[in-house]
Write a protein that binds this ligand. Sequence first.
Ligand SMILES: Cc1ncc(COP(=O)(O)O)c(C=O)c1O
Length: 371
Amino acid sequence: MIPILDLTVQYHALKAEMQAAISAVLESGNFIIGPNVKAFEREMASFLDAKHAISLNSGTDALHLGLRALGIGAGDEVITTPFTFVATTEAIGIVGATPVFVDIDPRTFNIDPRLIEAAITPRTKAILPIHLYGAPAPMPEIMRIARLHGLAVVEDCAQAIGADLDGVKVGNFGDVGCFSFFPSKNLGAYGDGGLITAHSDDLAERILALRAHGGRVKYYHETLGVNSRLDELQAAILRVKLPHLGAWTDGRRTVAGRYAEAFTDVPAVTPPWEDPRARCVYHQYTIRVAERDAVRSELQKAGVQTMVYYPVPLHLQQVHESLKFGPGSFPESEAAAAEVLSLPIYPELSEQAQQTVVEAVKAATRTPVVA
Ligand SMILES: Cc1ncc(COP(=O)(O)O)c(C=O)c1O
């Protein structure tokens, strides 16, 4: 089976260094907010061109605490898309705000900026674009609307670490950028982890307090906070990986380039479109195909693992039934949910394995599908 992602190859390449880093933490007896966390935050700030980079225990917390630090709460509305991982709207719900959905651009799977203004109401406080699959959302257009209407912008960068648009790394356009180190992410920990970037000193101070039980000084609590810390072990692991992230991204882009070339003469396959202003980091390589589920099962039979991110758009999920949307409310998101198929992509994917995937996709999309 050709897996969609194989993390063991990366581990074996870094094994000696990784084991030494883990062992050093165990020997130090220092597990929370120690030297690795502090150094990792500095290294991430530099990698992301961010003024402040604050590590947390997940990408979900980055979204949640970012919204809270911006003062978004009960009665407020946050504009986002229904074609994302549930953590995006979960964070909006956790702070007591309501997600207001805007449909996606079918070429990019990201928020369609032409539809945002119609969704703004007096309660709108923020726009929350997702850089889905590693492709930057159209941030210049989003920022223009946000500035015009005085809205905050929270970037969901969970899938797009290191991606840029016009040379500006994602996470630097809005008020905060929210990153995830979930193991399968382009920079993945060996457990949960997350990080938030901010330019404003004030905002960074508030996030630092929120992540540590609502206080800046130990045992003095100003506000209701949470416990959301990256631990030393995960920081040490991520520090071993971070210097390789640039090369891994190049590797992903090479794989994506080979797919794009291979699918040019396959009309049944719509490869992902790359905004010419953007440098996508290809967290996923997601094609669109008709009869997706049948194609997927053919690929499975041919020994190729694929995934569907995401089969049900959020406006049709039970968790959001109180928003009272039915089928047809966001047609582009619904069409995407029915057609997307993510193919194996990781920096170490061999040309030979990729050729097998391509041949299997060609065969599966030519197969007449019997209903
Ligand atoms: C788009 C998106 N947002 C948010 C998250 C949440 O990140 P985490 O799993 O680290 O909480 C994820 C990843 O799982 C994601 O893909």
